[in-house]
Design a protein around this ligand. Structure first.
Ligand SMILES: N[C@@H](CCC(=O)N[C@@H](CS)C(=O)NCC(=O)O)C(=O)O
Length: 199
């Protein structure tokens, strides 16, 4: 398998960490859909990372679809998202908050790259309110990781989202506002699977 895209994307990073947690062999191809757009599109014409090229050449896009496939390969006893019932609904709800936070931080980050006179302050404010709401939801889930506890997709995605937000919109997570997320990040980022995928 080949994972296409850079770990500075929280979506690529969560797939990379999941591949390491599941001990699935893969080659990382750290192409940027921005600065290496033409080369990137040879793998995934939509030009968005991540893409996962399977050994038979089939290419998956969308991190959630890729993670679903990895869980299927791993089998239900090792899958990183519970397979059914309330535990699955809770996991998907947590992932919804985490990816919403990512989407809003990404939108703010892209908006800030525009020439100063074209930046829409109202749009940034709206995205920032949504980002804050998503972070508050995520914090309220009180995710924690004990020493011997295996990583699941909820922790992986929450921590990839938090690290990305801390890098691109540090003001949103400054202070001790999100103590559960701070603790979870410390515990996860120290693990080899996260260290193998530096953002
Ligand atoms: N919903 C998508 C989001 C992927 C995404 O937004 N990727 C960004 C980088 S973080 C990207 O490739 N942006 C380039 C573009 O959309 O042109 C997923 O989960 O895979």
């Amino acid at each position: 398998m080949k994972l296409i895209g850079r770990y500075d994307s929280p979506y690529v990073r969560r797939v990379g960490v999941a591949l390491h947690v599941l001990a699935l062999p893969f080659e990382h191809v750290p192409l940027s859909p921005f600065s290496q757009a033409a080369e990137f599109r040879r793998f995934a014409p939509v030009g968005r990372m991540p893409a996962l090229v399977l050994d038979d050449g089939e290419t998956l896009i969308e991190s959630a679809a890729i993670l679903d496939h990895l869980d299927e390969i791993a089998g239900h006893t090792r899958a990183l998202i519970p397979s059914m019932g309330a535990p699955r609904r809770r996991a998907l709800r947590i992932l919804g908050s985490a990816t919403a936070a990512c989407d809003k931080a990404i939108a703010i980050n892209y908006e800030r790259r525009r020439p100063a006179h074209l930046i829409h302050a109202d749009w940034i404010d709206r995205c920032r309110m949504q980002l804050d709401a998503a972070l508050q939801e995520l914090e309220a889930f009180r995710l924690e990781l004990a020493d011997m506890q295996p990583l699941m997709q909820t922790e992986i995605t929450a921590v990839c989202a938090y690290a990305y937000i801390r890098r691109v919109e540090p003001d949103a997570v400054s202070g001790a506002r999100y103590s559960w997320l701070d603790r979870l990040s410390g515990a996860c980022e120290a693990r080899p699977e996260f260290k193998a995928c530096p953002q």
